[in-house]
Write a protein that binds this ligand. Structure first.
Ligand code: PMP
Length: 314
C-alpha cells in the first residue's frame, strides 16, 4: 500500500515538507540498522481525534534508546507534544504515527557513538494493517521457519530497526507461501510473536500470551488486552506456549498498534477453533474498539485528545 502523504514531517524540531524529509546515505542507520522507533494509532471519537497510549509509546521509544545507549535529546513530554503538533499541523484524524530515533551522519565505523542521535516523526493515514477483512474474518498464517532472535543477541525488548531484519524474513516467507503473516518461535521452540504483532491463545478458558523472555516486544496493545481481559474476569497467563497448542487452541489472535486485535482463522492450514473470530476474541475486540473510539469511559487515561493546532511547541 503506497503512502498517503501528509504535508509535514517533524525532524529534530522542525516541520519539513514530506518530500524534503531526507537523510544522508552515509548516515550510520542506513548501514547498521541503528534506529529505535514506535508505531502508534490515533482514533476519531465524538470528542475529537485521540492518540491511544501516547505517553507509553514515548516511554518505550526512550527505553529502546536506553538499551542502545542512544541519547534522545527530547523528553517524553516533548516527544508527546511534537507528535500532537505534527498531527495538528497536518490536519490528520485517524492516522498512524511513526517516531524514529536514529544514528545520523558523522562517520561509518561500527561504533555508533560519534554519530548524532536524530529524531524524526511522521504520521499518515493508514488502513487496516492485515487487510480490510482481517478484523472480521481472521487471517490465515503459518509458523515461520525463521526463529526470533535468541536472547542476548538482538534484544527483543528494544523496538530497534535492526530487529526487523528478522521480521522481514518472517513476513516475506509467509507472503511467498500465500499466508498473511508468520508466527515465529523463540530459539527454544516456544511460540514468540508475529513479525509485527504479539499473539494470544484461548485454551480451556484461559487467555495465554508468551512472556517477555520468549523474545517478544512488550506490546502496548498486548498490555491493553491483558488489562481489559482481567477487567472482564478472564484468567490471563503470561506463560510459554508450545507450538502444538496453536493448533489445539479454541481461539488465537494477534495484537498490535497496526494490527489492532486480529483473529487468526488458520495456522499452517489447520483451522483454529471455529475458523473465525471466537467469542472471547470478539468480546476483547469490541472492548478494545469501544475504548479507543471513545465509547467506553477512559478509565486508565489512555486517550490524549489532539488539541487545536496553534503553532509548533517543541
Ligand atoms: N511485536 C513486534 C515485533 C512489533 O513490531 C509490534 C508492533 N509494534 C508488536 C509486537 C505489537 O506492539 P504494540 O502493541 O505496542 O504495537
Amino acid at each position: 500500500m503506497p503512502f498517503k502523504k501528509a504535508e509535514y514531517i517533524w525532524m529534530n524540531g522542525e516541520m519539513v515538507k514530506w518530500d524534503d524529509a531526507k537523510i544522508h546515505v552515509l548516515s550510520h542507520v542506513v548501514h547498521y540498522g541503528s534506529s529505535v522507533f514506535e508505531g502508534m494509532r490515533t482514533y476519531v471519537t465524538d470528542q475529537g481525534t485521540v492518540c491511544f497510549r501516547l505517553r507509553e509509546h514515548s516511554i518505550r521509544l526512550r527505553n529502546s534508546a536506553k538499551i542502545y545507549r542512544m541519547d534522545i535529546k527530547y523528553s517524553e513530554e516533548e516527544i508527546d507534544r511534537a507528535i500532537l503538533d505534527l498531527i495538528g499541523i497536518n490536519g490528520l484524524k485517524g492516522c498512524y504515527v511513526r517516531p524514529v530515533a536514529y544514528r545520523g551522519y558523522d562517520s561509518l565505523g561500527v561504533d555508533p557513538t560519534p554519530c548524532p542521535v536524530d529524531l524524526t516523526i511522521a504520521a499518515w493515514e493508514w488502513g487496516k494493517y492485515l487487510g480490510p477483512e482481517a478484523l472480521e474474518q481472521g487471517v490465515s498464517v503459518c509458523v515461520s521457519t525463521w526463529n526470533r532472535m535468541a536472547p542476548n543477541t538482538m534484544p527483543p525488548m528494544a523496538k530497534c530497526g535492526a530487529n526487523y531484519a528478522n521480521g522481514q524474513l518472517i513476513k516475506m516467507e509467509a507472503i511467498r507461501k500465500g499466508y498473511v503473516e508468520g508466527i515465529a518461535l523463540d530459539p527454544a521452540g516456544h511460540v514468540s510473536e508475529g513479525s509485527g504483532e504479539n499473539i494470544f491463545v484461548v485454551y480451556r478458558g484461559d487467555l495465554i500470551t508468551p512472556p517477555f523472555a520468549a523474545c517478544v516486544l512488550p506490546g502496548i496493545t498486548r498490555d491493553t488486552i491483558i488489562t481489559l481481559a482481567r477487567d472482564m474476569g478472564l484468567n490471563v497467563k503470561e506463560q510459554n506456549i508450545p507450538r502444538e497448542m496453536l493448533y489445539l487452541a479454541d481461539e488465537v489472535f494477534f495484537t498490535g498498534s497496526a494490527a489492532e486485535v486480529t483473529p487468526i482463522s488458520k495456522i499452517d492450514d489447520i483451522v483454529v477453533g471455529a475458523g473465525k473470530a471466537g467469542p472471547i476474541t470478539k468480546k476483547l475486540q469490541t472492548a478494545f474498539f469501544d475504548y479507543v473510539e471513545g465509547r467506553a469511559a477512559d478509565k486508565y487515561n489512555w486517550l490524549t485528545l489532539v488539541p487545536e493546532y496553534k503553532g509548533v511547541s517543541v
